[in-house]
Structure formats: structure tokens, C-alpha cells
Design a binder for this molecule. Structure first.
Ligand code: SF4
Length: 480
């Protein structure tokens, strides 16, 4: 079932009811979290390293035109081609033109969230090309017709039993086979695609302006095959992926794998600086880099939200978020989920499109604590909420309900009266759901205990805390 970003208020309820997905996501995120904390703890001063990485990102964003220009010049000086795309349609058109010029029939891809963002597969398939996702998780999802639910672990929401059944049905792999057997089968099939593909399309983790190199980190080796075997390589990156120099790359290569999977280093780190030269045996004859804006310039111009462009897509904020842990990524309805999605999606798509997402947080602060580039995610969530409310984007019933609650809390006499009324009605153990927003959606998945027959004020005044506590004074009514 396709979920749109508008569906979050209903989609999150369906996600909560899916215990299989919840279990799979919880297990995977807890494993990531434990490994991340262990690897972070090995660094002598992880907070200083994070702060340095944040400074590098901020500096680059402040001088983005300079660094993107330098990156493009250096790539082109080695025979590569750089294309700047304003939006998804523009990027897809550029990529289609390259693939059609290469007379491509078969395309292999390595994992890339930015190509999910622009729905590139759909554009290529509509033009008659066959596209194969070569990352194992993405491959499984492609077979199922699903989208990734996590930035680095696209299929973490899938219990292994479902993958067993899929491979049994499609490839006759015995049910209950080990993960190695399943991966071996996928490898056997995808290897042929690598050999036959005309074009390889990859994402980009970092782009080094100084050397004109794109950097890809991965564990499966599929990105290396995608970028080296086909005759044409197209790398697609968001414009925020550029960093100044190789020295800074070292810092990010220390932080990214630790934050993402709790590894000291990923198995493969590829630096690609152009097409194959006359002296090289491997590599593509053509090398293209597509630099995508697609709303990022607006985020850059928004001083309160700009820091979200520091994101290196490690997924740590998703893993640690109690909301993401319960829902998985699909409920958010777009490519980027979890806390960074709740901040970035409104920035890229417009707040009116993604107005529910900033509220998908308990504001516990864990996302901000784990972020390797110190993005102040909790503050940004609050800012987006404030904008949604002041912009009149929230449902009228919810706005009126909150206003009524605010007035109640500001007026001691009214508060006392309402709490007396609440106790007067015999509710039983829990309050029934009366369908009054916003309480009703909260009550849909939780019990609201009925009020105690004695209020805290009554208990206090009866002297439960007799020794130290003074009698409560009647507070002055306040206007603010
Ligand atoms: S916001 Fe921070 S923690 Fe979340 S994915 Fe981006 S870099 Fe990682």
C-alpha cells in the first residue's frame, strides 16, 4: 500500500498495529544503538570530533557556491561531466538523456536515497529500461515492490521469515535457509546483471571539492561493482554532500560508520575521481555527477533550518528515536523518516505538505545527542511545530482544543471547577473516548486513567506531606 506524506495521522496507527514490523524495527535499531555507543566510546573525545564535523559542514554550507564550483572544475578537469539539476524532474531528464545516449537497456544501481527522492527508477522504467537494485536490502524491496524504510538499512522492517518466503517462492530456496544462503542466491543473480549492465547509477556519501572525488562507503561491494563495471557511471548527490578537502574527509569517515552501524570503518570506501584513464584497466568510460537542489536552496536560505543540511545520513537519530522504533519508516510517508525526516521533509516539500511530521516526536532529545554532526533536531522540531501552529496549518478542532486547555490552565477557579466536575462523573477505571480532538487520537492507542476521587490539592491540604510542606496559598490570577 502506497503511503503519502499526508497520511501520517492514520498511517502511524496502522504501523502501531503491525507487531511484526515493530519487532523487526526494534531489534535492528537496538543492535545499531548498542554498537554505536560502543564505537563512540572508543574515541578519545567524540563530542569534539562531532563539533569539528559540524563546523566543517557549516563552513561549507556558508560557501556552497565556491565549493560546488571547485568540485565541478576538478571533476571536469579529469574528463568527468557535472550537471546541476533544479528539481527531481530536471535530474531525471538529465539522467534519461545520458542513459539514452548510451543506448542503455539494463541499469544497475547501488543504494541511494536521493534517487528514491526523485523517483528515478520510475522515470527509467517508464522509458523502457530495466533497473536492478544491487544492495541486498534494496533488492529484496524491489522484488516486493516496496520502498526503503530506513536511510541505511532499507529493509530493517522485514522479519527474516518474510524474506525466506519470498526467496522460496521466487527462486525455490528452501524455507528456513540461513541469511548467508539467501544473500548467496541474490549475489548469484545480481552478478549477471553487473556483467550485462550498460549504466551504473550510485549515490554519493561525500564529494571532496579539493580533489574532485566522490566518496562512497558501503559494506557489500555492490557499489564498487556498480561504479566500475558498466561503461557509464552516473553519481547522483544532493548539493549539501560537498566537503572542502581530504583532511576533513578523514573526520567524516571516522564518524559516519560509527554512528550508522557501529563499525570502525565500512568494508569498502571508494574514492572516484573521473572516468577510466588510458593507464587503468577498470572503470567507466564516462563519468557523470548530477548535483541536485530539489528544495535544498530554500533550506539553506532558512537560517533556523539550515543546519539540517549538515546531515550525513547515518540514521542514528532514527535508531534512537522512540517514535521511529515503534513505527518504522513507512508511516512517515516519504523518503526521509525519523527525526531528520520530520525536520527535513517540511523543508524540502513545504511545511503545509508535511505538517504532521514535526509532531511525531516525544522531544526526548535523544536524536540531538547521538547526531554525529550535532544537528539540534529537538529545537528544530519545536520551530517547525511553532510555524505549523502560527501558520494555521493544524486542524481547527485541535487548535480550539489546545486554546481551551490553555485558558483552563491559566484560570485557577475554572481549573478547580473542571477538575471537580471530572471527579463528579463516575468514569470507571479509564475515561471513554468521547471523540474530542486532539484527545481522541491520543486515546486511540492509550488508556486515559479516570481522575482520582481526590485531587492533588485536596491530598496536600489534608496534610499528607505534613512536616515540611506549607499550606498552598491561593495563587493570584494571571493574565499571561
Ligand atoms: S540528522 Fe544526524 S543522526 Fe540523523 S541521519 Fe543525519 S547525521 Fe545522522
Amino acid at each position: 500500500m502506497e503511503i503519502s506524506i499526508h497520511d501520517f495521522p492514520e498511517a502511524h496507527l496502522r504501523a502501531l498495529a503491525n507487531t511484526g514490523v515493530r519487532g523487526a524495527v526494534m531489534r535492528a535499531t537496538q543492535t545499531f544503538n548498542q554498537a554505536r555507543e560502543e564505537r563512540y566510546a572508543e574515541l578519545p573525545d567524540v563530542e569534539a570530533l562531532k563539533a569539528y564535523a559540524a563546523t566543517v559542514k557549516d563552513h561549507t554550507l556558508e560557501h556552497l557556491d565556491y565549493y560546488l564550483g571547485r568540485l565541478a572544475d576538478n571533476i571536469e578537469s579529469r574528463g568527468g561531466h557535472v550537471h546541476f539539476a533544479l528539481d527531481g524532474a530536471d535530474a531525471n531528464q538529465i539522467i534519461l538523456a545520458i542513459t539514452q545516449a548510451a543506448n542503455a537497456k539494463l541499469i544497475v544501481k547501488s543504494k541511494s536515497m536521493v534517487t528514491e527522492e526523485i523517483e528515478l527508477n520510475h522515470a527509467l522504467e517508464t522509458a523502457g529500461m530495466k533497473v536492478i537494485e544491487s544492495d541486498l536490502g534494496e533488492y529484496i524491496l524491489q522484488l516486493e515492490g516496496e520502498h526503503p524504510s530506513h536511510i541505511i538499512g532499507p529493509a530493517i522492517h522485514k522479519p527474516k521469515t518474510e524474506v525466506d518466503e519470498l526467496f522460496h517462492k521466487l527462486y525455490d530456496v528452501p524455507l528456513g535457509s540461513s541469511a548467508d544462503v539467501l544473500a548467496g542466491k541474490a549475489r548469484e543473480i545480481i552478478r549477471q546483471d553487473f556483467l550485462n549492465a550498460d549504466v551504473g547509477i550510485s549515490g554519493v556519501n561525500f564529494a571532496v571539492a579539493e580533489s574532485g572525488s566522490i566518496v562512497i562507503v558501503e559494506n557489500e561491494g555492490n557499489a564498487r561493482l556498480t561504479t566500475s563495471r558498466p561503461r557509464v557511471h552516473i553519481a547522483v548527490m544532493g548539493l549539501e554532500k560537498v566537503i572542502p578537502n581530504i583532511h576533513d574527509l578523514g573526520v567524516f569517515l571516522k564518524l559516519l560508520p560509527r554512528a550508522a552501524t557501529g563499525q570502525r570503518s565500512t568494508v569498502f570506501v571508494s574514492l572516484i575521481s573521473g572516468p577510466k584513464t588510458d593507464l587503468e584497466v577498470d572503470g567507466p568510460e564516462e563519468f557523470h555527477v548530477v548535483v541536485l537542489d530539489n528544495g535544498r536552496s530554500s533550506v539553506l536560505a532558512d537560517i533556523e533550518m539550515r543546519a539540517s543540511l549538515r546531515c550525513i545520513r547515518c540514521g542514528a537519530c532514527l535508531n534512537t528515536c522512540p517514535v521511529y522504533q515503534q513505527l518504522g519508516g513507512h508511516a512517515y510517508g516519504w523518503v526521509y523518516s525519523g527525526p531528520i525526516g520530520s525536520v527535513l521533509d517540511p523543508g524540502l516539500l513545504g511545511l503545509s505538505e508535511a505538517k504532521s511530521l514535526p509532531f511525531a516526536s516525544s522531544l526526548c532529545g535523544a536524536c540531538g545527542d547521538v547526531c554525529p554532526v550535532k544537528i539540534p533536531l529537538p529545537q528544530m522540531l519545536v520551530t517547525q511545530r511553532t510555524r505549523a501552529v502560527s501558520g494555521g496549518l493544524m486542524p481547527v478542532a485541535e487548535t480550539l482544543g489546545i486554546k481551551a486547555f490553555k485558558n483552563l490552565m491559566k484560570n485557577p477557579a475554572l481549573y478547580k471547577l473542571s477538575s471537580k466536575l471530572g471527579r463528579f462523573v463516575k468514569w470507571g477505571k479509564t475515561m471513554p473516548n468521547l471523540g474530542i480532538a486532539p484527545l481522541s487520537s491520543w486515546q486511540a492507542t492509550r488508556d486515559f486513567p479516570a481522575p482520582n476521587q481526590k485531587s492533588f490539592r485536596d491530598l496536600w491540604n489534608e496534610g499528607l506531606n505534613t512536616e515540611a510542606a506549607p499550606k498552598l496559598e491561593k495563587p493570584e490570577a494571571s493574565d499571561d
